[in-house]
Write a protein that binds this ligand. Structure first.
Ligand SMILES: [Zn+2]
Length: 388
């Protein structure tokens, strides 16, 4: 059993982690005045920021750690994600570039998922902040990592003109938004079993990318295989929007891709399946169970699954919400305003020996939805949630 940490130790650890992330972000070189983009029709590829690996307490088992890492960066289904597109200053994009990003959000929405996307004009209201700084690469933080980035910092960037046709255009925007939804690179799926000509890959990306990639960047985005527990256990999908295209001479095995691999444009069938697995559509007509004061509700969830409950307070007062039982969960309360989910309060207990819990003032007559996603559950007994 790990030593129980005090709240202040935990907060200070979280602060350290956020500082680390911000330091790292600060190292990004802004190549705004650099040479023109001379790669012509070369295929640009996304280059993800390299983040420090999350550290867990010694008492957290590898199983539990893997479960948290594999689902812990997904949004709670039903979240309304607000995005901001820079339209002036260093990070600004032209009107037609911003339109491509809006189209890309619509492509994901059209799959039929439980997330909604709303563009906002005030950066302070945005979970995703999207810039268009040329020669700075195209990248995005993965899923809810964006919540830990400074509120005036970008969480996504497009480093080349995405209004062009082909894979450097709309598909680039769909790919980066895929990262923002918590999806990772498909060519790094351990089930892919790709054998690389490593030196050829290093040479290729040092030569073709602007700015040129060093070996660490190539490892991070291509050669490193993702931990088998951080992908969703899916078979390799070479047509995924999350897969790069590769020219001849980079892949040794499977032999059929020695002359190159070019994923089909747009979302693949498996992309649709994966995103719907984490964010199934939420029907407005489904009657959700109601959570009432002092009545516990069993979660009975599999890892990665989510429970949705309605809360209709009978009084205007402070209410406390808490999970009970040994599990890792994220619990988020939304107010339902004309069908739009508005974030009220949330807590994530993953990796800690405590339960998700918060106290918040609710108003009589309003309607709220409590959404709980299970990351890990290692006891025989079940987890319950209660309000009082
Ligand atoms: Zn990518």
């Amino acid at each position: 059993m790990a030593t129980r940490k005090t709240q202040s130790v935990r907060i200070s650890e979280l602060e350290d982690r956020i500082e680390e992330l911000e330091d790292h972000q600060g190292q990004t070189s802004y190549g705004h005045d650099q040479a023109h983009d001379e790669t012509g029709d070369a295929v640009h590829v996304c280059s993800l920021p390299i983040l420090p690996k999350r550290e867990f307490d010694a008492g957290v088992s590898p199983d539990r750690e893997h479960a948290i890492l594999s689902t812990g960066d997904k949004w709670v289904n039903g979240t309304n994600i607000h995005y901001f597109l820079y339209s002036d200053g260093l990070f600004s994009g032209a009107a037609d570039e911003r339109d491509v990003v809006r189209q890309a959000f619509q492509v994901w929405k059209d799959v039929g998922i439980g997330l909604t996307f709303t563009e906002v004009s005030d950066i302070q209201d945005a979970e995703l902040r999207i810039g268009f700084l040329r020669n700075n690469g195209s990248w995005s933080y993965i899923g809810t990592v964006a919540l830990r980035i400074g509120q005036t910092e970008r969480t996504m960037n497009f480093g080349w003109d995405i209004t062009q046709t082909g894979p450097n255009g709309l598909d680039t925007a769909i790919h980066e938004i895929g990262h923002a939804l918590g999806l990772k690179h498909e060519h790094q799926n351990p089930n892919a079993g790709i054998v690389w000509n490593r030196q050829a890959v290093y040479d290729h990306f040092a030569r073709t990318q602007n700015p040129p990639w060093d070996e660490e960047k190539t490892d991070n985005n291509i050669l490193n295989t993702l931990d088998s527990s951080t992908v969703d256990g899916s078979d390799w999908d070479p047509n995924s929007i999350m897969h790069y295209s590769f020219g001849a001479g980079l892949i040794v095995q499977p032999a059929q891709f020695r002359d190159g691999l070019n994923p089909a444009p747009g979302l693949s069938g498996k992309d649709n399946d994966v995103v719907q697995r984490f964010y199934p559509p939420l029907s407005g007509t489904t009657v959700l169970p109601q959570l009432k004061p002092f009545q516990s509700e069993r979660l009975a969830l599999m890892i990665g699954e989510q429970k949705n409950l309605v809360v209709i307070p009978e009084h205007s007062r402070d209410y406390t919400f808490s999970t009970f039982g040994r599990s890792d969960t994220v619990m988020v309360l939304f107010e339902d305003i004309d069908g739009d989910p508005v974030y009220v309060q949330g807590d994530d207990d993953s990796g800690f020996d405590r339960n998700a819990r918060f106290t918040v003032r609710l108003i009589k007559g309003r309607k709220y939805k409590l959404r709980i996603r299970l990351y890990y559950n290692w006891s025989e007994g079940d987890t319950v949630v209660m309000m009082w």
